[in-house]
Write a protein that binds this ligand. Sequence first.
Ligand SMILES: Cc1ncc(COP(=O)(O)O)c(C=O)c1O
Length: 364
Amino acid sequence: MEFIDLKSQQKRIRKDIDARMAKVLDHGQYILGPEINELEEKLAKFVGVKHCISLSNGTDALLLPLMAAGIGCGDEVITTPFTFFATGEMISLAGAQPVFVDIDPNTYNINAALIEKAITSKTKAIMPVSLYGQCPDLDAINEIANKHKLLVIEDGAQSFGAEYKGKKSCGLSHVASTSFFPSKPLGGYGDSGACFTNDDALAKSMKELRVHGQEKRYYHTRIGINGRMDTLQAAILLSKLEIFPEEVELRKKWGQLYKEMLGPSFKTQALLPNSTSVYAQFTIEVDDRENFIKRMNEFGVPTAVHYPIPLHLQPVYQNLGLKKGSFPHSERSGERVVSLPMHPYLTEEIIEKVVSTVKRCHVE
Ligand SMILES: Cc1ncc(COP(=O)(O)O)c(C=O)c1O
């Protein structure tokens, strides 16, 4: 059994991918070739925003909006400690200070009700994360941001394709980032990512920043990065995007079936009203995780932990002086969560096997 089955998907679209890659090899425009524009247009349309800026990975996609907005030294950015390290890391790399706010233990996303207390005169932005494939309460977060004149940067690395009140993840805040890492809901065959915004000036800045801060060839108006997506990667993503809406529906279907089969005695991510999840991860909570994972392995069911150590307890952030107990919900979740196999090519039989194994390993 695979934790994420990328082979079945490839079998479905291999011919199309081969043809699209051959086209790139024929025209030879490996950097910023025509597939890049085509993909950016299609992704922007899918999300429902004006601009998509394709990038080298989801990590650069977090750094670039911060750089474009001039957020850096002396500034603070509010985020969740219960996320993949890149979220906090890019705030720090930009030169700013991450300020953590605890999660809602039911959705695992930042608790919007706690954000205002963390705002200071140095706060410049809020970077909420759409963990496991579901957006946080972005209406509430945008309202706070508007009141305090802060930028909202959604880290939508795990939620591409999810909906919040009828609108798509990455189209719900001033600017948003996503990742096309192979295991993500829309994943390529290598690293890539993208930013999304309706703000023309921010889009222009991010486009320049991804090519060394060039306004025109060899004319550098700012310090940037080499953050472009490869044309070959864009060709692969164009192929995958064609089947993506169908895959999102399958993810929703399997997530729902998991919940029904597991029953109310297992805690799973709660969905907000009028909200969908693309289940980048399908995560449950267990008491004795180490033993649970060991037993699941013995029965041939792979698992993964997203994420065991919240950011404020990472060695590199010890200088923030945030001891154990600072964010109890993030810490407790970090100790208890475990993710089960999730991808569009699951079947009822596979889910039945996973769930019966979960019940067996949890009880015994
Ligand atoms: C929440 C979150 N943010 C950022 C990233 C970084 O994306 P990438 O691996 O494409 O750099 C990831 C990827 O794992 C992620 O899960």
